[in-house]
Design a protein around this ligand. Sequence first.
Ligand SMILES: Nc1ncnc2c1ncn2[C@@H]1O[C@H](COP(=O)(O)OP(=O)(O)OP(=O)(O)O)[C@@H](O)[C@H]1O
Ligand SMILES: [Mg+2]
Length: 291
Amino acid sequence: MRCHETSEHAKIRELGTESRRGNLKVRPVARNKRSNLLRRKILRRKRPQEPYFYLWKTLSSARNRKIDLVRGDMSKQSIVMLSSPKGGVGKSSLSRNILVLAARAGKSVLGLDLDKQATLSTWAERRERVSAAIPDIVHIPVHRAELDDWRSALKTVNASKAEFVVIDTPPSIELNMNAMLGVCEKADLILVPCQQTQDDLDSVTPWMKHLKASGSKAAFIINRANIRAKSFSTIRAKLLAAGHVCPVEISQAEEIPLASGKGLGVMDLSRPKSAETFESLWLYLQQELGR
Ligand SMILES: Nc1ncnc2c1ncn2[C@@H]1O[C@H](COP(=O)(O)OP(=O)(O)OP(=O)(O)O)[C@@H](O)[C@H]1O
Ligand SMILES: [Mg+2]
């Protein structure tokens, strides 16, 4: 008898061998008959099966419509927001690079620039000009709006049907706290860039408290990191005490401003030094967004 085989199976197998030798054709018939009988029996048991049948129907239709019953509608937009009260910490740089990551992963993307400085929109315009010369560059549309008009800006974002949206915001959060918290409410994930200085920490920690209190999903992301410096582990420990910290830190890298200056993201460059960092960042985002 073979492993995992019942005595009945063994008998049928033996008969099958016999059938091949002596044209008895026992095994296939015996097996089919049994399974047909079983199927008929199951079909006859229609009533008690009904709840399971409907559960199965719901699960399969949810799967077909890309709905994850735990996480919700998977075909809906993912909105990542970059926000920090501290200026010059990398909100726009990370916005651009995340948009490039998503676009290169085949997502339809849209950037929303809520900053008066228009750093993200200017970058997108530069990218348009560059893509006229280099057609391989993926198109990244950016919609520009005032922070005060955040409601209509978000309506435009929803109407765009873009799969992946990145919102770049101004640093002056305290000037328009309500609008900022309104946008935060619509974001699936808020990344709070922070450099490894005490000044940055003092600025971002109270903001994280606000985000947590409003029920937003948020994480710090250490930018311009120098992992060899002692301040790195000190600041990271303090950030961990204040909230979630993205496990991927972005090092101080020349290629980040270099790519931005050309309307590109780091991953648009050939053989970028920070490729692994940005690939890991993309994996992290997918995990956090449940995609
Ligand atoms: N990891 C990095 N390595 C090197 N340079 C960086 C890095 N991150 C950002 N920079 C540079 O730092 C400067 C400020 O970055 P960025 O404009 O992204 O900050 P920001 O938070 O959007 O600023 P603001 O608050 O004014 O909007 C830019 O010149 C950018 O190129
Ligand atoms: Mg900016």
